[in-house]
Design a protein around this ligand. Structure first.
Ligand SMILES: *Cc1c(COP(=O)(O)O)cnc(C)c1O
Ligand SMILES: [Zn+2]
Length: 419
């Protein structure tokens, strides 16, 4: 078996056995947290053991994951994504040590492959035959891909605004896709009804306690990739709040196992046009006010966040904070990340880069801090927005003289000698 002890309700503190399809506290509907025997997990998860592990995926942290070792796992390689030093990005922002964790390189192009792979394993353990979720896009496209790789059918609910790249993935992966002519909130409610009605496995991230356990592996990798010296700050964008809560859990679990001396401060980033959690954080409460979903960063356009308590408490306990960024800042951050680091991020992932720039300007993060910014989704998901991020394309007939003229102007504009 693994080192899981039980599930603990974050409201009433009662504990329950870790059944694969136990989602919320049976007493009061509170969210559950997976708790481990950390002595035992730490025994099975050591620096030396990790250094010699051949498992180049999220499953390298198996002793700290809530799955049975014998449950078949989806074959796609999820996690163990690169952590790039990004010195030019750092210089542009005035921060000495910036790293980019590129989770856009997961099989379906987002961090959501981590919880989706976990969902497929737990669905198999529970004996379910269909997995379902509501999603702003990436949870759905990743679930569709992970489930397809394991031969399980999916039914997926997305709001009408989901960008084309994500929709294309879902249909190619063979999911039953329900596009709801409404907001994410309305989409979520419809999915909850259908999941209950048809007894499907529920991959809705906030209420399924195992999904955060998949998400936490991004943090465990960051710790390992920095040679067990966690950075001062980790920057992530926030919608429902599950991803940042998952990252916090990953740092905490590494710390509890003696693999990390400290927990980094979390910089949580929301879009100005939809920032209920940032405003709740500033107000010092866990009660948010629902907001319209008014931003180009579709993956974090969540007006009614599903995981406010875990997200806000993660940021508070880490001694971190929230910042908000506008759509223009998001587009320029996308361009800046691409230009300085060669990493292509979708708008919600670019928001974290924009948030880092904002936090530096506000004096929250200083020049000497070590920072990891997490790119949660690949830019190819939404090329429409990316082309808006700017950058002229030279278009001309196939004539050498026109090419020479155009290049002369262009090179001069870019400061290159053109002779
Ligand atoms: C889902 C997602 C987020 C935010 O995660 P939450 O759990 O909703 O807070 C950020 N970026 C991308 C690309 C995502 O897909
Ligand atoms: Zn409870």
């Amino acid at each position: 078996m693994n080192s899981v002890l039980h599930l603990r309700c974050i409201d009433c503190g009662r504990t329950f056995s870790a059944e694969p399809d136990r989602y919320v506290c049976p007493e009061d509907g509170g969210l559950l947290d997976v708790e481990y025997d950390y002595d035992r997990a730490g025994h099975n998860l050591s620096r030396d053991g990790l250094a010699s592990s051949p498992e180049a995926s999220m499953w390298r942290y198996l002793p700290l994951l809530p799955v049975r070792p014998d449950t078949p796992r989806p074959p796609l390689r999820v996690g163990f994504t690169p952590l790039y030093p990004a010195p030019r990005l750092g210089r542009a922002m005035g921060i000495e040590q910036v790293y980019v964790k590129d989770d856009g390189l997961n099989p379906t192009g987002s961090l959501k492959d981590r919880p989706s792979a976990m969902a497929v394993v737990k669905a198999k353990e529970s004996g379910a035959s269909v997995i379902a979720c509501a999603s702003t896009g990436n949870a759905a496209s990743s679930l569709a891909g992970q489930a397809a790789s394991a031969g399980m059918p999916t039914c997926i609910f997305v709001p009408e605004r989901a960008p084309l790249g994500k929709l294309a993935q879902m249909v190619v992966f063979g999911a039953t896709v329900i596009k709801v002519l409404g907001s994410y909130e309305e989409t979520y409610r419809l999915s909850a009804w259908a999941i209950e009605r048809f007894g499907w496995y529920n991959r809705n991230a906030a209420i399924n306690p195992y999904l955060i356990e998949g998400k936490k592996t991004v943090a465990m990798e960051i710790v390992e990739q920095l040679d067990f010296q966690p950075p001062d700050w980790v920057v992530m964008s926030v919608g429902d709040g599950c991803s940042i809560a998952g990252a916090y859990k990953g740092f905490l679990d590494m710390h509890r196992c003696g693999l990390a001396a400290r927990i980094p401060r979390l910089l949580a980033v929301q879009a100005e046009g939809c920032a209920p959690l940032a405003r709740a954080f500033r107000a010092g409460t866990s009660e948010f006010v629902p907001e319209p979903e008014n931003t180009i960063a579709d993956s974090i356009a969540v007006g009614v966040p599903r995981n406010p308590i875990k997200a806000l408490s993660a940021v508070r306990k880490s001694e971190g904070t929230f910042v908000t960024v506008g759509d223009e800042e998001i587009l320029s951050a996308m361009k800046m990340l691409g230009t300085t680091a060669g990493v292509f991020a979708e708008p919600a992932a670019s928001a974290s880069v924009a948030g880092l720039a904002r936090a530096k300007e506000m004096g929250i993060i200083s020049r000497g801090d070590t920072v990891v910014v997490v790119v949660t989704g690949n830019g190819l998901k939404d090329p429409g927005r990316a082309t808006q991020a700017g950058g002229e394309i030279i278009t001309l007939p196939p004539e050498i003289s026109l090419l020479e003229d155009a290049l002369k102007d262009r090179m001069a504009a870019n400061g290159h000698p053109s002779g």
